[in-house]
Design a protein around this ligand. Structure first.
Ligand code: PEP
Length: 253
């Protein structure tokens, strides 16, 4: 069954105290206002994972994600965090291939494939991000660009491994810009992604894969985006830092 998911990527924001207040506000609002049909995920910075996780564990609807994972198992990789470390503090989801990591940390397709394998091997669910820059869309090459991103990192996974994967389509021109893809643009890309997945994996797995939209999603546009047949939820940046906005987005289903 395809899951409906709203995930908040806090990026490099919040102090420890602020992170705990934010998650407890979200926790209370979700308990009071959200029915059981949406999986809610929060992705705080690494140092806060364990403490934030203590609160998400008390709520049946909420799950904990990391924003990144090392492709290596363990050893002399200063500053890196392994999948087994994340697993050991209760992390259930991992964002992999966010455009900011591809851009600022030069993460390439092979590295992302290794990160996917590392997360899956520890029983965590990767949220694999893809999405084109503005010049690719303007040149009408966005489908090919995203298709290649999917192929270059995902196609080496087995059907069983792919069963665990969530995909997030995040057009780079919409991230943090206030410019959202229209619901039609989102739907046509999500349908394309699902079709590509059905060529790489079995059709049922592609049908059941949750494909999230990300890019300036907010309480004003979430309902329209989430009403599209192939949009199974959202990966939310800026609006996930405000408990009211984040909860209203969750309630848009
Ligand atoms: C993101 O970076 O994943 C994102 C969707 O950011 P924003 O919602 O701020 O555009």
């Amino acid at each position: 069954m395809r899951k409906r998911i709203v995930a908040g990527n806090w990026k490099m924001n919040k102090t420890y105290e602020e992170a705990l207040s934010l998650v407890s506000e979200i926790d209370n609002m979700v308990k009071d206002e959200v029915n059981g049909e949406v999986t809610v995920i929060v992705a705080p910075p690494f140092p806060f994972l364990q403490s934030v996780g203590k609160l998400t564990q008390g709520n049946d609807l909420m799950y904990l994600a990391a924003q990144n994972v090392s492709e290596h198992e363990s050893g002399a990789y200063t500053g890196e965090v392994s999948a087994s470390m994340l697993k050991s503090v209760g992390v259930q989801y991992v964002i992999i291939g966010h455009s900011e990591r591809r851009m600022y940390h030069h993460e390439d397709a092979q590295t992302l494939y290794k990160k996917l394998k590392a997360a899956i091997a520890q029983g965590m669910t990767p949220i694999f991000c893809c999405g084109e820059p503005l010049e690719e869309r303007d040149a009408d090459r966005h489908f090919d660009y995203v298709g290649k991103q999917l192929h270059d990192s995902l196609s080496y996974l087995s059907n069983e491994e792919f069963d665990k994967v969530v995909v997030a389509y995040e057009p780079i021109w919409a991230i943090g810009t206030g410019r959202t893809a229209s619901s039609q643009q989102a739907q046509e890309m999500h349908a394309y992604i699902r079709e590509q997945l059905s060529r790489m994996f079995d059709a049922e797995a592609a049908f059941n894969c949750s494909i999230l939209y990300g890019g300036s999603c907010n309480p004003g546009n979430a309902r329209e985006l989430f009403s599209q047949p192939d949009v199974d939820g959202g990966l939310i940046g800026g609006a996930s830092l405000k408990s009211r906005d984040f909860t209203d987005i969750i309630k848009s289903f």
